[in-house]
Design a protein around this ligand. Sequence first.
Ligand SMILES: C[S@@+](CC[C@H](N)C(=O)[O-])C[C@H]1O[C@@H](n2cnc3c(N)ncnc32)[C@H](O)[C@@H]1O
Length: 182
Amino acid sequence: MVKYSELREKLGFENMNGSAENLAYFTHFLYNHENELSKSYEIRAKEYFDEVADKLNLVEEPNIQQLLPLNWDVPFPAPQNPDFTFIDLFAGIGGFRIPFQEIGGKCVFTSEFNYHAQRAYELNFGEIPFGDITKLDLNIVPDHGVLCAGFPCQPFSISGKMKGFEDTRGTLIYYVLQISFN
Ligand SMILES: C[S@@+](CC[C@H](N)C(=O)[O-])C[C@H]1O[C@@H](n2cnc3c(N)ncnc32)[C@H](O)[C@@H]1O
């Protein structure tokens, strides 16, 4: 069984640059391979795999299925037999994901645009978040049971400037609504 830690090392996840979208598709596919939800990620994940397969020293014809099931040797792996699914928007370093996993949730989509938070998230869970929610094709977000979204509260907080929807960050809620109505 291939270990996630070996995969990330061979493919250089440690050095991922600002455009980690391919890696987001790839890791989301691997994470969801046992359910239909991986279909959202499959095409781009396979394209990425075809580009990098030679770095993995796989025997025979390289095939993404050879990686499955992965041994998720990460600090906070998904529950083995999840009771429900959730998505993790504005995910930061995963402060929502840990307790939701602990109560039996399986994360099926995550988005966070800060590079350093993305890196910490990947180290915690073995999954690379998709980036800026305002630039994503929201149709890729799979069906889910619970929507978590710790969106920036500064525009509405008394410790911020309270510009509300006049602050671009205040309008991010519309993306959350779009996902929930999709
Ligand atoms: C209040 S914090 C959420 C922290 C998170 N709950 C955690 O446990 O770390 C809001 C997060 O939203 C991210 N963010 C802000 N605008 C974003 C955007 N347009 N797309 C994706 N993430 C965004 C920020 O980088 C920040 O990490």
